[in-house]
Design a protein around this ligand. Structure first.
Ligand code: SDX
Length: 430
């Protein structure tokens, strides 16, 4: 056995094998712990617990490193495209020209959704948050493609469902927005690229022609790449847990959308803008809000700051911050919220509370400023995150199924009442 740890419990010594990854990460293999010792481990929020090995994404939180299948996020954001990255994450390799062209064509030919979906849309009031609409409609895809319920699909059949998800989610996302605005729905156009198509479905009106701004198209493609995967984050872990029961891929992705919606996860990008707007409306006193974020009696948190893994600057935040200036300048937009965000970051990174806790801006801190400049409404920000994260969720689900991992079913330590007899109602004192 290469490396191991010794556990001494009640005078008996146990050997725990140590698993080493390709980036020299080490993990204690406790898969036999309970059988051998009767012990389980406890780790609220899984802060120290690995659920699986994976070959998809590598993060180094201390060094601020993020790589998809070994490629640095900085290179992919600069040189690749979202669909090329999607193929890389899901299938493990950058596609050649022919493979990418076929992948793009397959996606283009599946962007339409069944017309009966419009009946489901009509049931949502305009007040519905687009994330709730999107999660519901992605799960509803199981109704239109029931063979997705078969856990033993062939690879080709599975690939078709993967194509359908990548193709239809932008359509469903744009329709969720149009539904909220009470505008007519736009249909996808096969002549447009992935990002151009999404933007025209979002912003085109029957009364005028719409031509997506190339600056916005390029910025969107980069943002989708930056959000594409992030190893075992809350929503990816959710997709794996739901997928481990052999529920359909659509159900697992819908569960991931719901997990991402939370303000501590993907919902933070909407919260950041709302926080910046509040600071702006109250005179821009960032110091006051930094102090509030430190005050344990206040529920206020600096949204877009802090991360479970990154104890250094989130490399995605660095890229997005740089893109902010570039995109806003190209679009001729000046946004006071960007200035406030930069002031907030500067004030926080000088403050011992944040420095001691290694709290840095994360992916959500600046992304909303770009979305605003692109004309994306605030309540659609987390939907944008979901569109970017979709290939990552699919890759995590596919890896979990290919590895034939068991159903996820954590243990617990029970702390409730011990055995007690049933007391009939008439004999109870209270
Ligand atoms: C994403 O996991 C991923 O990879 C996620 C993600 C992805 O790509 O999938 O990167 C996307 O979800 C980014 C995170 C977006 N969420 C936010 O920006 C919300 C604000 N941040 C947090 O609430 C918090 O930082 C978390 C949820 C991101 C991480 O929480 P942890 O790891 O459970 O850490 P914690 O809450 O225990 O905080 C540690 C300390 C605490 O103080 P003490 O108890 O030690 O005194 O730091 C404090 C916290 O109070 N703290 C903050 C803070 N974040 C943590 N204090 C003020 N403002 C904050 N934002």
């Amino acid at each position: 056995m290469s490396r191991y740890a010794e556990l001494i419990f009640e005078g008996k010594k146990y050997i725990l094998p140590v698993v080493e990854g390709t980036e020299k990460e080490l993990g204690l293999d406790i898969s036999k712990l309970r059988d051998e010792t009767g012990l389980i481990t406890l780790d609220a929020g899984f802060k120290n617990t690995g659920s699986n090995t994976s070959a998809i994404t590598f993060l180094d939180g201390e060094l601020g490193i993020l790589r998809y299948r070994g490629y640095a996020i900085e290179e992919l954001a600069e040189k690749s495209t979202f669909l090329e990255v999607a193929h890389l994450l899901i299938y493990g390799e950058l596609p050649n020209k022919a493979t990418l062209s076929n992948f793009q064509k397959d996606i283009t030919m599946h962007t339409l959704v069944h017309e009966d979906m419009r009946k489901i849309f009509d049931g949502f009031p305009a007040s519905s948050h687009p994330m709730g609409v999107l999660a519901s409609l992605v799960c509803a895809l199981t109704a239109f493609y029931p063979n997705a319920l078969d856990p033993n699909l062939s690879p080709a059949e599975t690939d078709l469902h993967i194509i359908r998800l990548l193709a239809k989610m932008p359509t469903l996302a744009a329709w969720a927005y149009k539904n909220e605005m009470g505008h007519p729905l736009n249909y996808p156009k096969n002549s447009l690229s992935y990002c151009e198509n999404f933007l025209q479905m979002m912003f085109a009106y029957p009364t005028e022609d719409f031509h997506p701004d190339p600056v916005v198209v390029d910025a969107l493609d980069k943002l989708l790449i930056l959000h594409a995967d992030h190893e075992q984050n809350c929503s990816a872990a959710t997709v794996r847990v739901v997928g481990s029961s052999h529920a359909s891929l659509y159900s697992a992705i819908a569960a991931g959308i719901n997990a991402l919606w939370g303000p501590l996860h993907g919902g933070a990008n909407q919260e950041v803008i709302e926080m910046l707007q509040e600071i702006h409306a109250n005179g821009g006193n960032v110091k006051k809000y930094v102090e509030m974020a430190k005050d344990k009696n206040s529920t206020f948190r600096l949204m877009g700051f802090g991360h479970r893994v990154y104890k250094n600057y989130d490399p995605r935040a660095k890229i997005i911050k740089g893109a902010c200036d570039n995109v806003l300048n190209k679009l001729g937009v000046s946004d006071p919220l960007l200035d406030i965000a930069k002031e907030l970051e500067e004030a926080a990174l000088k403050d011992s509370y944040f420095v001691e806790r290694k709290l840095y801006p994360n992916v959500d801190f600046y992304s909303g400023v770009i979305y605003r400049a692109m004309g994306i409404p605030t309540e659609m920000f987390t939907v944008m995150f979901a569109l970017g994260r979709l290939p990552g969720w699919i890759a995590q689900w596919r890896e979990m199924r290919q590895m034939k991992l068991p159903i996820s079913r954590p243990r617990q330590i029970y702390t409730g009442a011990t055995l007690r007899p049933y007391v009939p109602m008439g004999n109870r004192e209270k």
